[in-house]
Ligand binder design. Sequence first.
Ligand code: NAD
Length: 477
Amino acid sequence: MNVPTFQDGVASGFIAVTNPFDGAEIGKIADIPPESAQMLIQAARDGARVCRNLSRYERARILENCASLVDRDKEAFAALIVSEAGKTLRQAQKEVLRCVNTLKLSADEARRNGGEVVPFDAYAGSEKRQGWFSREPLGVIVAITPSNDPLNLVAHKLGPAIAGGNSVVLKPSELAPLSAIRLADYLVAAGLPPNIVVVANGGAALGEALVSARDVRMVSFTGGFVTGEKIARAAGLKKLAMDLGGNAPVIVMSDCDLEDAVECCVSGAYWAAGQNCIGTQRILIHSDIYERFKGRFVALTQSLKVGDPALPDTDIGPMITAQAAKQTARVVNDAIRLGAKLLSGNILDGAVYAPTVLEDVDFGCDLWRQEVFGPVVVLQRIESLDEALALANTPEYSLHSGIFTADLEVALKAADALEAGGVMINDSSDYRFDAMPFGGFKYGSLGREGVRFAYEEMTQPKVVCIRRAIEKRPEAQ
Ligand code: NAD
């Protein structure tokens, strides 16, 4: 069975994909209606039977071939990310190299992570038993991805799923689906049999029909909280992985390297125009260095070049839509109405929103408590580490955090106390390595990504236990 497209009448129409910077149409995708969800899942069920029977060597070879093909065409992939997601060229190039790495790590997992011997004889009563557990595929996985990393976040779902012998119905963001579609094509070119990856192009209604289907064994979702809650309600009894948003705090103590801290925090706050789940949103700065940090942070922010992401010297491109930029301005203006002081930015031009710095933000407002997911950062004066830790932990969810200090004891105390899935020491919150466990703490976080960890979520252990007739091994000769 072939993947349905709007050309063969399965889709009701199409969705135009536009460049967020200039609004130019750069492609069209099928708009598959929810009524076709079952057909897509049936195709993926066929694919799941094929994938589970591929040897680990074959799965690894396909993933490695695909990594080589993406690497060969890295400039074309980067250009596509720039035009559909508005990332700058430098950011897009980095994303493509990370995707190559994610695919290679997935191949390693297929080769390496096949199961373990179970030491049954370690406990009384099981001396006659011998055996192992293997890592078996789950079957059909529905993967739903967001617009901000349109290639590498897709690789983080497809790579581990294929390594584990599953099939995937992939619903990429309808705002930036083209890199995902191209990656699926490249996997086929690398030798992946049909229907192991089924691309489901469409919007929220299609996504909801897919996640609620009974034949789906797992939903792996990356996106916002509101969508995550809807998916959790619709999915029913099946495994869920939820990679949701953040509102990252970074603590800056007075003994740090100030210049380095400013540079790292500027990069961490504005990477991908702030549309970054681990982007730095709140910087908690010791009062001894607050004014100096603020002066340099604002000056560096104002030196950034904002505009066309395709130009090599642009630092900050557009947000994904003009509506997203407007929503960011609304959250900032609400904070200003509640007393926040604007230090820079808050200028809206279509989808481009100038990098924005505020101080004296009310702790009750959305800008402090919720994820802003735009190029906005809050500076907050603190008098002690304890005060910083308490403020850092106020939001009900969290992903990453950071601390700048020269004092190891202070760094380790922060690492213990920060309620986050990752604590970056002498770095902003915006660091991720594709092999490390990645995910959130507190509300909404379910499971971990990072290739090994996603692979383990996407497989299930099967125990094989042999009852032997003898209790003791023969005497050594
Ligand atoms: P979003 O939640 O609006 O959309 C994500 C995906 O969900 C899209 O493919 C969309 O079509 C689909 N969708 C929307 N409604 C649905 C429904 N009812 N049922 C099923 N699918 C539905 O998110 P976005 O704006 O594309 O991305 C931004 C969010 O993603 C931010 O909150 C960001 O922090 C988060 N994010 C998290 C990570 C992570 O790894 N933790 C990484 C990147 C982005």
